[in-house]
Design a protein around this ligand. Structure first.
Ligand SMILES: N[C@@H](CCC(=O)N[C@@H](CSCc1ccccc1I)C(=O)NCC(=O)O)C(=O)O
Length: 221
């Protein structure tokens, strides 16, 4: 029985949250080691655990993997969340890369300075409702299946759901004009492993609070 993956990051979402989602969706239990101070990061940097001196770092299958996209690719491939062939993987990659772009906007909102927050919020809403959500609504309409790609659950479904929920945290009615995304959200949220991850007490992290930004920034700067 292989050891549980061990995730090294701060106790928050950042660039590790999608990795938590993918492992949870695959039903894979994982351990977490939380960086609390700059010294915690420095220790990992000095002991050679971080190839590029950065976290996320995931200990998995005897490797100390870094770079969140590479880690996500490895987990998706290992746990059959990457479609059945090259063309399905190509579609999954397209959908995932676009979700990552929207996720990045949502993830960085809390870090915006006060004088840029309103404009940043407007940008999030504009991009989500005029660029990304219309595209996924069309994909769901044209494909006409339960999942975004083929007829099986993939990382594209996991990562779109993660980002839909983050977008609703930002603006609760943001999906009002997207009925297929609303039913997609309900359907994928009901998959047993996802449903469990969405329950209180799981390893899913809450949105970063403004008050916690300084503490997090001190770890990394
Ligand atoms: N391309 C890398 C980037 C990793 C990265 O930016 N890591 C930061 C912490 S996450 C930063 C982050 C990013 C997004 C949202 C919240 C937070 I905090 C880091 O280790 N910084 C220390 C250094 O570079 O010396 C990846 O995707 O894994």
């Amino acid at each position: 029985m292989s050891e549980k993956p061990k995730l090294h990051y701060f106790n928050g979402r950042g660039r590790m949250e999608t990795i938590r989602w993918l492992l949870a969706a695959a039903g894979v239990e994982f351990e977490e080691c939380f960086l609390e101070t700059k010294d915690d990061l420095t220790k990992l940097q000095k002991d050679g655990s971080l190839l590029f001196q950065q976290v996320p770092m995931v200990e998995i299958d005897g490797m100390k993997m870094v770079q969140s996209r590479a880690i996500g690719n490895y987990i998706a491939t290992k746990y059959n969340l990457y479609g059945k062939d090259l063309k399905e993987r190509a579609l999954i990659d397209m959908y995932v890369e676009a979700v990552i772009d929207l996720n990045e906007l949502l993830m960085m909102h809390t870090f915006q300075p006060a004088d840029k927050k309103e404009q940043h919020f407007a940008t999030i809403v504009d991009k989500a409702t005029n660029r990304y959500f219309p595209a996924y609504e069309k994909v769901l309409k044209d494909h006409g299946q339960d999942f975004l790609v083929g007829n099986q659950f993939s990382r594209a479904d996991v990562q779109l759901l993660e980002t839909l929920l983050m977008a609703e945290e930002c603006k609760p009615d943001i999906l009002a004009k997207f009925p297929l995304l609303q039913s997609f959200k309900a359907r994928i949220s009901n998959i047993p492993t996802i449903k469990k991850f969405l329950q209180p007490g799981s390893q899913r992290k809450p949105p970063l609070q403004e008050k916690d930004v300084p503490k997090v920034m001190k770890i990394f700067h």
